[in-house]
Design a protein around this ligand. Structure first.
Ligand SMILES: *Cc1c(COP(=O)(O)O)cnc(C)c1O
Length: 426
């Protein structure tokens, strides 16, 4: 039995079955572009811990900042005895997120918690209750965020009842609906007005590029039209940038690509180089509408996570990781497109920056919602990729999307090695 098999046996007896793992090898250490397991096998990291280690694993500046902070103090609770680094992270979030208006931020532990708090703030600030979300959306696994998430299996199955006052409308999905952005937005808006009522909506919550739902990039014009409708209706436009944020799509935030300035924006994943931290950032008058003591939590904005966030942000600035994401796209996209040209089961190559995907379909077949998805082939590709040493993720409502989320510090040589391996896998 190798070391991973040994740990895996203990895991099966100790860890709840509901917590899955993509691979059965156990990690020993990791760096900018690779992970090494406890048996010494190297994996090319195309996952970045689900878009978290944008600055790479054990990034030097992050390691040093964490070490220094751990030695000074580990926790006081910002609601009890505050500290400067929490304030500094909020200043960075206010400065980096789209929109030049005055902003405030609050910090939490996880993406789901940030989304929950964005909904709390939106309801409090507007005095309304309805929250509009989209097909294929993913916003987390807590009770409220399960209700906001679209996909039943595995996220919601058997876990109800779910929170109320959540309404789902169609998402722009060009590969499947073929609609220009304005038409897709009109469809969604018509449904909101008829089925919810414009004056009932507290927030329209959307991922500017959907993550777990399939790396779905809405048609140009969709996001601005939805944002404009929200503004005109007194509803808040809330961008969930938990997966798209922090340079992933070639800019600090994906909303920027369409010139959209969200009223509230949720962040997590890439913010702190792997330490758990999340934020809600938004217009000062909305954020400050909540009474003192209405927001918080024991660990939210933990000092070690804040130190890691400040070091990560500094690293992103210094290494210009937004440009790095665009460079990764310039290496990946042409190769993926030429693979699509020779493999008819690749229905589409899409995404932006270092958030790219292949949608896998049955060649020539289609049904009511467009080209027929091929989740079985997708799973087979993923399995073969793992055998080839690629840490490759899938996603999508239909389980037929292969996604690429490399750390933004991955070098071209490693990227090319990954692409060569993928080509033989396909
Ligand atoms: C991952 C994710 C979440 C949930 O974040 P957690 O930290 O896992 O709670 C919410 N929204 C989006 C878009 C995500 O990708």
């Amino acid at each position: 039995m190798n070391a991973s098999e040994d740990i895996h046996k203990r895991r099966t007896a100790a860890v709840a079955r509901g917590v899955g793992s993509m691979i059965t090898s156990y990690v020993d250490h990791a760096s900018g572009g690779t992970l090494t397991d406890v048996d010494g096998r190297e994996w090319i990291d195309l996952a970045a811990g689900i878009a978290v280690t944008n600055v790479g694993n054990a990034s030097p500046r992050v390691v040093e900042a964490v070490r220094r902070q751990v030695e000074r103090f580990t926790h006081t609770c910002f609601m009890i005895a505050p500290y400067e680094s929490y304030v500094a992270v909020c200043e960075q979030l206010n400065a980096l997120t789209p929109g030049t208006f005055e902003k405030r931020s609050a910090l939490f532990n996880s993406g789901a918690e940030a989304v929950e708090n964005a909904v709390k703030i939106a309801r409090h600030a507007t005095g309304r209750q309805a929250v509009v979300v989209f097909d294929h959306a993913y916003h987390g696994r807590t009770n409220l965020t399960m209700a906001l998430t679209a996909k039943a299996m595995p996220y919601k199955h058997g876990f109800g009842p779910f929170a109320g006052e959540i309404y789902r409308v169609p998402m722009s999905y060009p590969f499947r609906d073929g609609l220009p952005g304005a038409d897709a937005a009109a469809l969604a808006i018509g449904m909101i007005e008829k089925q919810v009522g414009a004056d009932q909506v507290a927030a329209v919550l959307i991922e500017p590029i959907q993550g777990e739902g399939g790396f779905i990039v809405p048609a140009p014009g969709f996001l601005p039209a939805i944002a404009a409708w929200a503004r005109a209706s007194g509803a808040l436009f809330v961008a969930d940038e938990i997966q798209t944020g922090f340079c992933r799509t070639g800019d600090w935030f994906a909303s920027t690509h369409e010139g959209v300035e969200p009223d509230l924006i949720t962040t997590a994943k890439g913010i702190a180089g792997g330490l758990p931290l999340a934020g809600v950032t938004g217009r000062a008058e909305l954020m400050d509408a909540v009474h003192v003591g209405g927001l918080g939590g024991t660990y939210g904005g933990n000092p070690i996570a804040c130190a890691a966030a400040l070091a990560s942000i500094e690293t992103m600035r210094e290494l210009d990781l937004a440009a790095a994401a665009r460079r990764i796209e310039s290496v990946l996209r042409p190769r993926l497109e030429s693979l699509a040209a020779t493999h008819p089961f690749i229905g589409e190559v899409r995404g932006r920056g270092a958030m790219l995907a292949l949608e896998i379909v049955v060649p020539g077949a289609s049904g009511a919602s467009g080209p027929t998805p091929d989740p079985a082939r997708t799973a087979a590709i993923q399995k073969a990729a793992h055998q080839a040493g690629l840490l490759l993720l899938t996603c999508g409502t239909y389980g037929n999307v292969i996604r690429f989320l490399p750390p933004l510090v991955m070098d071209d040589e490693t990227l090319t090695r990954a692409l060569d391996a993928l080509e033989s896998v396909l």
